[in-house]
Design a protein around this ligand. Structure first.
Ligand code: SAM
Length: 454
């Protein structure tokens, strides 16, 4: 009986009838990890299904950066109990930061419906499980494993191939900075840069499948290569990548104020393929809070860096991350953050209310003493300020003609981005997918702009 089951499954994999579904929570790094799992599964012969009930393999890619993300993942897992009850052969894989990099017995005990747990960025436990289960012939298994995991040969899921304009490539895994509030180093391990040849091969592979824009990812992306003697620095890697024919645009995130070099800024300024957009989290505008967060710079150093970026890269857009309600943050300290944002007038602020993450320095040693309503009040104050700032910045685009890379259709209009990463919508009957075209901006708002092909 079991033998028949195996043969039937192998046959279904061969004819591409076995399906997978991936649910992703969290940051771009998790999205990139999900793409890699999808790639590995496609190499094994599985095809994507948007319908969870049709899937033979269900991957939950989890995030724990904030409490709400963790709750969402648990909620999603709970909905899978009836699926597993009616079809016990369905493989449920939990991966990502909730699992972490160490053996996680408590999770195994708490969620027995999960068949495979995988650490962040590592599809191999799932692939091993499927290979062991479905294919007994060791030679076939070894070949499948090699192809499924071969770095630099990423295969986009069939439903995305030729349709995905923008792709992510993780270039630095993990993080060794250990900001007081951040769980990433505990879950994704120490900083590891990927070999440049592997990155270049992966970029070429994505471009050959229709991708026009690549975003390089790392928790502190500008530390690329610093952990491996002989690896190029980020500016040199960007330069090498820009030589790939067919690749139109390159972006990178996230930067840390202490690691941004002049060479990197000069590469962005002088290389037309590297987009003038810098994501550089500030987290707070108060020196004491920054010290408590273990960020390693002062508000004034951040201010001077923003001025330098603007001087060296004319027309650049700058995005930041801010956490409000960090332990001990007083009204006055929050006001310093507010004032710095009001002064610097950045293009985007990703705002978060502090949530203690188990095991981090702040969770262990600093009481979470800012009330939830107060965190919300500070969050909304920054949200309102930022909306005014962004409305004003966007208004400067009115009447300008800007090159837009079109990524797809949303609500019956073509959606694309400016080099500075602003969303622009255009109505057109033409197929604009993957094209970079000049667009005349006719309306601007805080979240997006409208335009016409010039
Ligand atoms: N590596 C980047 C850095 O150096 O800031 C960003 C990493 S993190 C995945 C993305 C953002 O989540 C952070 O910039 C921070 O604003 C927010 N974040 C991280 N831990 C948090 C926590 N415990 N509570 C609230 N927000 C948090």
């Amino acid at each position: 009986m079991e033998c028949f089951g195996i043969i039937q499954r192998v046959f279904l994999v061969i004819i591409g009838a076995m399906k997978y579904h991936i649910w992703t929570e969290g940051c771009q790094m998790n999205e990139a990890d999900s793409d890699r799992v999808a790639s590995a599964l496609e190499h094994l012969g599985y095809s994507y299904s948007p319908v969870i009930e049709e899937a033979d393999v269900i991957v939950l890619n989890t995030c724990v950066v904030r409490q709400s993300a963790e709750e969402k993942a648990i909620g999603r897992l709970t909905t899978l109990y009836p699926v597993k009850r009616s079809r016990p052969e369905v493989v449920i894989n939990m991966m990502g930061c909730m699992v972490g990099i160490k053996e996680n017995n408590p999770l195994r005990k708490r969620y027995p419906l999960v068949d495979v747990f995988s650490p962040p960025s590592d599809p191999s436990p799932l692939i091993e499980f499927l290979i062991q289960r479905d294919i007994h012939d060791e030679e076939v298994a070894a070949t499948a494993r090699r192809y499924a995991l071969m770095d630099g040969d990423i295969k986009l899921p069939d439903f995305q191939s030729g349709k995905q304009v923008s792709g992510f490539i993780p270039i630095v895994y993990g993080c060794s900075h250990a900001c007081a509030y951040c769980i990433i180093p505990y879950r994704r391990g120490i900083e590891r840069s990927r070999p440049p040849e592997e990155i270049l091969k992966e970029a070429e592979s994505l471009v050959s499948q229709g991708v026009k824009e690549i975003t390089l990812l790392g928790q502190i992306v500008d530390r690329y290569g610093k952990d491996e003697p002989g690896f190029p620095t980020l500016d040199k890697l960007l330069n090498q990548l820009s030589k790939i024919d067919g690749l139109e645009r390159i972006r990178f995130l996230t930067s840390h104020p202490n690691w941004m070099t002049d060479a990197l800024l000069d590469e962005v300024a002088s290389n037309p393929k590297v987009m003038p957009h810098i994501e550089i989290p500030n987290q707070a505008g108060d020196d004491k809070v920054l010290e408590n967060m273990r960020r390693g710079y002062t508000a004034d150093q951040y201010r001077k860096l923003v001025h330098k970026i603007r001087e060296r890269i004319p027309g650049v857009s700058i995005a930041t991350d801010i956490i409000v309600g960090f332990p001990g943050e007083t009204e006055e300290q929050f006001q310093n953050t507010y004032d710095l944002l009001a002064e610097l007038r950045l293009d985007m602020a990703h705002l978060a209310r502090y949530s203690p993450r188990t095991g981090t320095l702040s969770e262990r040693t600093m009481p979470d003493d800012v009330a939830d309503e107060e965190k919300w009040r500070r969050f909304r104050a920054l949200e309102k300020l930022q909306m005014e700032v962004v409305t004003e910045i966007h208004a400067r685009y009115l009447g300008q003609t800007v090159p837009i890379l079109f990524e797809g259709i949303e609500k019956k209009r073509w959606m694309g981005r400016t080099p500075t990463n602003k969303l622009v919508f255009v109505s057109s009957e033409e197929d604009l997918l993957g094209k970079v075209l000049p667009v005349h901006i006719t309306w601007t708002g805080p979240w997006s702009m409208l335009g016409e092909l010039a």
